[in-house]
Ligand binder design. Structure first.
Ligand SMILES: Nc1ncnc2c1ncn2[C@@H]1O[C@H](COP(=O)(O)OP(=O)(O)OP(=O)(O)O)[C@@H](O)[C@H]1O
Length: 369
C-alpha cells in the first residue's frame, strides 16, 4: 500500500506543485494519476521514491514514511519507467536490463539469465538482446525500459508517461502488454499520463488532478464516467463519456435473433425486403443480403462474441453494419444471432436504469480490457 497523507510540495521558487493530496494505492493495484500539464502528476509520483521530498504531509510505503528510509534501499523495491525508456545507449539490451540485478549483487551470469527471462516476459525475443538501444524501435525501447524496471522484481512500479512517445498502434500494444503482465505479476503500480483514455483503460483507480496540484476525484474508471465530481472532471473526461461507459456493460444476455440467418441456398430463394445474414456451410457469417434488391453480399464487418465484448463494441458493430445489425458469433466464429442498433440502445438504457436503482445486473461487468 502506498499512502499520500495530506501531502504538499512547494518548490523553492514558491510554486505549489501538490496541495493537500491524500489518497491510498492498494497493494497489487494500478492507480493512474491523470490531469492537464503542470498539475503535479510527476511531482506526486516522484515523492513515492524520494526523488522529490514532500514539503508537508507524509508519503508512506508499506506503512513507513519514505523520509525515514534510506533512498537507495527504498528504490530497490520500486521500479521506475520513464517516457523515452532512459536506456544506457552504450550498453546492449540485455546488459541494460541486467544492470539492476547486478547492482543488487547477482553475478554477471545470473543477472543476464534474469534479464533474458524478463525480456521474454515483455515480449522481446532473444534476437534483440545483443542490440544497442538505438537499433530498436521506440516501442521496443519502451519494452526494454519496462523489462529493466521489472528485473529486480520490485513490488512497486512507477511509470511516468511510459507510452507517450510511441505511435497509437504501438501504444495500444504496450498498454495491452502491461495489463497482461499486471494480471500475472499484480504489482502495485502508479502510472502518470495526461491521456484520459489511457487512464480509463489501465487504471483500477484513477486520480484526476487539477492545476495547482489539487485532487479533483479519486475513483474507479466506471465511477468517474458515471459520476464525475464536478465540471472540471466531466470536461476532462470529454464529450463521449456515455459511449465510453458502455465499455463496462456486458453483452452476455443480449436478446439475439436467429431468424435472419440463412444458408446460401436459402438466400437464393428468399423473397421480401428484410435483411438476411448469409452463413457458409460451417455456420460462419459470409455477408449481408439486402432482401429488397438482388445485390451481392455486403460485408459482415466485425462480429462480437457475447459476454466477451462489451456493449460498446456491439453498438459500434451495429452502427457500421449495412443492415444496422451487429452479428454475434461463438468462439469459433460461427453465427449465433443478430441484434439491431435500437435493441442495443435499449439494453444500454436497461443497464443504466439498473445502475441507478442499484439493482444487481447480469449485464454489468468489470471493464473489458
Ligand atoms: N524543480 C522544480 N522547481 C520549480 N517548479 C517545479 C519544479 N518541478 C516542477 N515544477 C512545477 O511544479 C508544477 C507541477 O509540475 P509536474 O511536473 O509535477 O506536473 P505534471 O502534471 O507532471 O506536468 P506534465 O504533464 O507537463 O509533465 C508545475 O507548475 C511545474 O512547473
Amino acid at each position: 500500500m502506498i499512502t499520500f497523507d495530506n501531502v504538499e510540495k512547494r518548490y523553492p521558487d514558491g510554486t505549489v506543485a501538490v496541495d493537500g493530496l491524500s489518497l491510498e494505492v492498494p497493494t497489487g493495484t494500478l492507480t493512474v494519476f491523470v490531469g492537464p500539464s503542470g498539475c503535479g502528476k510527476t511531482t506526486s509520483l516522484r515523492m513515492i521514491n524520494r526523488m522529490v521530498e514532500p514539503s508537508g504531509g507524509r508519503v508512506l510505503v508499506g506503512g513507513r514514511d519514505v523520509l525515514d528510509e534510506d533512498p537507495r534501499i527504498l528504490r530497490r523495491g520500486i521500479g521506475y519507467v520513464i517516457q523515452h525508456a532512459g536506456l544506457f545507449p552504450h550498453r546492449t539490451v540485455v546488459d541494460n536490463v541486467a544492470t539492476v540485478p547486478r547492482l543488487l549483487g547477482a553475478s554477471r551470469k545470473e543477472a543476464r539469465a534474469t534479464a533474458m527471462d524478463v525480456l521474454t516476459r515483455v515480449g522481446l525475443g532473444k534476437e534483440l538482446a545483443q542490440r544497442y538501444p538505438a537499433q530498436l524501435s521506440g516501442g521496443q525501447q519502451q519494452r526494454v525500459g519496462v523489462a529493466r524496471a521489472l528485473a529486480a522484481d520490485p513490488p512497486i512500479l512507477l511509470m511516468d508517461e511510459p507510452f507517450s512517445a510511441v505511435d497509437p498502434v504501438v501504444r495500444k500494444d504496450l498498454q495491452d502488454e502491461l495489463l497482461r503482465l499486471q494480471s500475472v505479476l499484480a504489482k502495485t503500480i502508479v502510472l502518470v499520463t495526461h491521456d484520459i483514455d489511457e487512464a480509463i483503460k489501465l487504471g483500477d483507480r484513477v486520480a484526476v488532478l487539477r492545476p495547482g496540484g489539487v485532487l479533483a476525484q479519486y475513483a474507479t474508471p466506471e465511477e468517474l464516467l458515471t459520476s464525475p465530481a464536478d465540471d472540471f472532471v466531466a470536461g476532462f473526461l470529454g464529450v463521449d463519456r456515455g459511449v465510453r461507459l458502455m465499455s463496462f456493460f456486458s453483452s452476455a444476455d443480449l436478446p439475439l435473433r436467429t431468424d435472419p440467418i440463412v444458408t446460401r441456398d436459402d438466400a437464393e430463394l428468399a423473397v421480401g425486403d428484410s435483411w438476411l445474414l448469409v452463413a457458409d456451410d460451417d455456420g460462419r457469417p459470409a455477408g449481408w443480403r439486402d432482401g429488397s434488391t438482388d445485390t451481392e453480399l455486403l460485408p459482415v464487418g466485425r462480429p462480437f462474441v457475447p459476454g466477451r465484448d462489451p456493449l460498446r463494441v456491439v453498438l459500434d458493430a451495429a452502427v457500421l453494419s449495412p443492415s444496422g445489425h451487429a452479428v454475434a458469433v461463438d468462439d469459433d466464429g460461427r453465427a449465433l444471432g443478430v441484434i439491431s442498433g435500437e435493441e442495443v440502445a435499449a439494453a444500454v438504457r436497461a443497464a443504466h436504469n439498473r445502475r441507478e436503482t442499484g439493482t444487481p445486473s447480469p449485464l454489468e461487468m468489470r471493464k473489458s480490457r
